[in-house]
Design a protein around this ligand. Structure first.
Ligand SMILES: NC(=O)c1ccc[n+]([C@@H]2O[C@H](COP(=O)([O-])OP(=O)(O)OC[C@H]3O[C@@H](n4cnc5c(N)ncnc54)[C@H](OP(=O)(O)O)[C@@H]3O)[C@@H](O)[C@H]2O)c1
Length: 221
């Protein structure tokens, strides 16, 4: 059992990461903003309210954790600087805090097509460019990192047992979707899979894909 911090824990992927981590027997610190609305899925976690820019509060929250799963992301907004602030600078703030307090293992939820300029998603504040910058800062951090790039996210929580994750390396997939619950499970699987350190893992899912563990895919790729 480890103590795992999950940022963006009030988000639709974040609370599922919290829930899955609790189900696997971990202790969880759920990091949310001062004004975040708390979803029901956080029951059983220690909720810590802070701004990512408050380095003292962030370091205090992370101290003693074995790993951080970053599930923050700019919410759709008229503020076109949101992606820069959250998906680039917000990630950098979290990397710095991990470095400062010795949290060596970090899993970042990013996105398919991160770094691609010509993409309709960039109409929202060049989000894919800032996500790639956040990824690059993590890659260069010296931490033990894994970047998980999911396709379009869905809220479906049912019928997932027979649905396999389609794994690939970077810049191999550009469409299709995946339920957030499966993204959460892959993030937790990364923490249990040392071979995922230093890897960018793209994920979508399909009922036609036989389920395969992350470790098996990594070993074969
Ligand atoms: N939507 C998609 O189809 C899709 C596809 C691929 C990848 N992604 C990425 O996957 C990740 C999870 O997506 P999601 O849709 O599940 O998330 P979400 O429900 O939109 O939640 C976003 C989380 O980030 C937090 N956040 C936003 N701005 C913040 C800030 N300035 N400081 C600190 N926390 C902040 C939110 O806190 P509050 O609750 O306080 O707002 C919330 O906890 C995101 O990085 C997203 O970009 C999304």
């Amino acid at each position: 059992m480890a103590t795992i911090a999950v940022s963006g824990a009030s988000g639709k992927t974040g609370w599922r990461v919290v829930q899955e981590a609790l189900q696997r027997g971990h202790q969880v610190k759920a990091l949310v903003r001062p004004a975040s609305q708390l979803p029901a899925g956080l029951e059983g976690a220690e909720v810590v309210r802070l701004e990512l820019s408050d380095s003292t509060a962030l370091q205090t929250a992370l101290r003693g954790c074995e790993a951080l799963v970053i599930a923050t992301g700019a919410r759709p907004s008229v503020d076109l600087a949101g992606p820069l602030k959250v998906d680039a600078f917000g990630v950098r703030e979290q990397i710095s805090a991990c470095t400062a307090v010795g949290v060596n293992r970090v899993v970042l939820v990013s996105s398919l097509c991160a770094g691609r300029l010509l993409h309709p998603l960039n109409l929202f504040g060049l989000i894919l460019m800032w996500k790639r910058l956040g990824e690059r800062w993590l890659e260069q951090s010296g931490l033990a990192w894994t970047i998980v790039r999911p396709g379009g996210l869905s809220e479906r929580d049912e019928g997932l047992e027979a649905e396999g994750v389609v794994f690939s390396g970077p810049d191999q997939q550009e469409s299709n979707s995946i339920p957030r619950r499966l993204v959460a499970r892959v993030c937790l699987d990364c923490l249990d899979t040392p071979a995922s350190v230093g890897q960018i893992v793209e994920i979508t899912s399909s009922p036609d894909q036989p389920p395969q563990p992350l470790g098996s895919w990594l070993a074969a790729s």
